[in-house]
Design a protein around this ligand. Sequence first.
Ligand code: ATP
Ligand code: MG
Length: 231
Amino acid sequence: MLSVTGLEAGYGAIRAVSGIDLEVPAGGFVALLGANGAGKSTALRSIAGIHRPVGGSIRLLGEEISRLRLHQVVRRGLAFVPEGRMVVAPLSVEDNLRLSAFAGRGDQAALLERVYGLFPRLAERRRQVAGLMSGGEQQMLAIGRALMTAPAMLVLDEPSMGLAPAIVDVVFDAIVALHGAGQSILLVEQNAAIALSVCDDAYVMKRGAIVAHGAPAVLRGSAEIAEAYLG
Ligand SMILES: Nc1ncnc2c1ncn2[C@@H]1O[C@H](COP(=O)(O)OP(=O)(O)OP(=O)(O)O)[C@@H](O)[C@H]1O
Ligand SMILES: [Mg+2]
C-alpha cells in the first residue's frame, strides 16, 4: 500500500535521510522510531509531498508519488498529521474539519459523524475556536482533519508530543481504534515504549538510516533500540 525504497532527502549539504526502505501493508500499523534529529520528520514530510526528496521511490497504492506535492498526495489517499498539529487557530473545530474535507472525497456529514464518534470531546467543543483549546484537543482535531479526507493511509508525526500522559492515552486509544477498524497507519514516535505497545511492525532510525526493523515484541528492550537512542 505504501512502499518506500532508497529514500534520500536533505537540506543543502545536510543529508537527513540517507537511503531508507520501509513498507506499510494495507491495514498495517507501522511505527518509525528514533531519537531527536534521527530524520523521522524529514522522511514523513518527503512521503507527504511537503519536502522534495533527492532520490528514491515512494509508491502509494502502486503509484509513484515522490514527485507530487502535498495536495496531490492527499487526493491519492494519504493524509498527514504534522508535528505540532497545525490546526487553523482562528476557526472553530467544525470549520477546521469541514475545511479539510474540501481536500478529500467522501460524504462530509458521515465523515464528520465518524470523527465526532471517535473523539466525543470534539463534538462537545464543535463551536470552540481551535487555537484556544488544549494541546490534547488540538491533537484530536489534527487527527480529525486528516480523517475528513477519508485517507487510505494515515501518517502521524509525534502525536504524543507535549501532551500529559492521560491525554496521550486518549489519543492513542483513538489511533488503536482506527487501526482496529482497518485504517492503515504510519506513525512516527520518539516515545518507543508507547509506539511498540500499539504497532504491529516497527523501524528504528539513527542519523538518517534504518538501523533495525522487526516485530514490536522483538524490538522492545533490544540492543538496537537502546543504541539508537543513546549512542
Ligand atoms: N528545515 C531544515 N533545515 C535544515 N536542517 C534541518 C531542517 N529540518 C531538519 N533538519 C535537520 O535534519 C536532521 C533530521 O531532522 P528531523 O526533523 O527529520 O528529525 P526527527 O527525527 O524528526 O527529530 P525529532 O524527534 O526532534 O522530531 C537534523 O539534523 C535536523 O537538524
Ligand atoms: Mg520530528
